[in-house]
Design a protein around this ligand. Structure first.
Ligand code: DC
Length: 223
């Protein structure tokens, strides 16, 4: 049986940064499920589908083939055969992903792919419903979070490092809106699995979080 670690938590908690680094240390494959929802959302934006039109989104979802492959250890998301990695990490695509991800047909399609990947691979998978729905039997489950204020500040700093000027208050409001949507949707809402370990990173450095979680993984792998 493969060794699986589930990391869930709200937007901006640092899931992907942490999961990527821990995967490298423990020689696990990193599976970023948010990128799959983002690829589906990108398709809707490119096809100019009104995101509130659920019927249309479902119809279009059938035409979107999202797959994952790995090049030099890096996850490459393909949308109908095209590498779309470079288009996924914008606020527009993230918000669109949050809007379409409650639709059961969208989830079923992507969750199937995620389960298949995990069944065959020792991996660390991050998202919103990994511990609760996708990998209920994961060997280790972590719920990674931080206050919305801290998450907004991190996002602001990230933009500043890229030479982009953000507005801290708007970023925090966006994050809180996204949290609300992700936590209150009917299907697979974001919540801490009963058997997940809570890690609040508000007062921790990235290196500290990596070291704490790597150690948890090592112990769970041996145990
Ligand atoms: O983690 P992220 O910001 O890349 O995710 C984008 C959106 O996708 C997020 O707001 C909710 C959705 N998502 C989800 O519903 N389930 C997952 N397992 C991962 C992401």
């Amino acid at each position: 049986m493969s060794y699986n670690v589930a990391i869930d938590g709200p937007a901006g908690a640092g899931k992907s940064t942490i999961a990527k680094a821990v995967a490298k240390e423990l020689k696990l494959v990193y599976v970023d499920t948010g990128a799959m929802y983002r690829a589906m959302a990108l398709y809707m934006l490119w096809e100019q589908v009104p995101l509130q039109d659920t019927e249309k989104v479902i119809e279009k979802c059938r035409q979107a083939n999202v797959t994952i492959c790995y090049e030099n250890g890096m996850q490459v998301v393909q949308l109908n055969g095209e590498n779309v990695n470079d288009f996924l990490r914008t606020e527009e695509v993230g918000n669109a992903a949050s809007v379409i991800s409650p639709i059961p047909e969208v989830r079923t399609k992507l969750v199937e792919l995620q389960k298949e990947l995990a069944a065959n691979t020792d991996c660390i998978m991050d998202g919103r419903d990994i511990g609760t729905c996708v990998l209920p039997d994961a060997r280790l489950k972590i719920y990674l979070t931080a206050s919305s204020k801290v998450r907004a500040q991190r996002r602001y700093d990230e933009l500043a490092a890229k030479g982009e000027q953000g507005n801290l208050q708007t970023i925090q409001a966006d994050i809180e809106e996204r949290d609300y949507r992700d936590m209150h949707r009917e299907v697979s809402p974001l919540k801490q699995a009963e058997d997940a370990v809570l890690v609040d990173t508000s007062d921790m450095s990235v290196d500290e979080v990596i070291s704490v979680i790597s150690e948890m993984c090592r112990r769970s792998r041996e145990g």
